[in-house]
Write a new protein. Structure first.
Length: 198
């Protein structure tokens, strides 16, 4: 069978159209924002996972997150953030239609009992500073950052005035080199690396 130039041209046009259509489609399937329910401010570094899977992400500095390359169907999105109640949100994805979801988290009633500051080197326990709940109550400080400013060798770096980000630096280290844990869970921002103590 002999192929004519017109036939080959038609096949080429069809293939180009199909490839352009494939590249033009969005792979973004779920996207949205995580905010504080009371203040509507974005929550930076909230953990968002698809229930029953190992697929997860975290919110950026605007509270934005997204999941790509998901099949059509129903999912449960589990969102958690330190100091807030965990929330599960059902969502349905349709073919080639990105689905937007707005997640608002309520602050938790739980309060910290004590703060442990540990600078361990070769399992040396001499560098531990412990602040009990009584110490915190007597101190009259308004935030964890204010309490930690009293600790020798620990410097709190602020990005501005009232309500600004405050991060810890130990003996001149970068703030993203200081690991801050709450019940063994890192509070460090996945984007910048530092933990906001404000």
């Amino acid at each position: 069978m002999k192929l004519t130039n017109t036939y080959l041209l038609n096949i080429t046009i069809v293939l180009i159209s199909l490839s352009l259509g494939m590249f033009g489609q969005s792979t973004k399937k779920i996207f949205g924002f995580v905010t504080d329910k009371t203040t509507s401010l974005p929550l930076v570094g909230a953990n968002i996972i698809i229930d029953g899977t190992s697929v997860g992400t975290s919110s950026d500095e605007f509270g934005y997150f997204q999941f790509d390359n998901l099949f059509a169907g129903s999912y449960s999105i589990v969102t958690s953030f330190v100091g807030y109640k965990k929330r599960t949100s059902p969502i349905t994805i349709y073919n080639d239609q990105p689905t937007e979801i707005s997640i608002q988290l309520k602050q938790s009633e739980n309060k910290l009992d004590e703060i442990l500051i540990a600078g361990l080197r070769n399992n040396d326990l001499k560098n531990i500073e412990l602040y009990t709940s009584n110490d915190i109550a007597r101190s009259n400080y308004q935030s964890v950052a204010e309490i930690l400013e009293q600790t020798p060798g620990l410097e709190i770096q602020s990005t501005g005035g009232v309500g600004s980000t405050k991060k810890a630096s130990i003996r001149g280290s970068e703030t993203n080199q200081v690991l801050v844990l709450l019940d063994g869970i890192p509070l460090n921002n996945q984007l910048g690396g530092g933990a906001d103590l404000s």
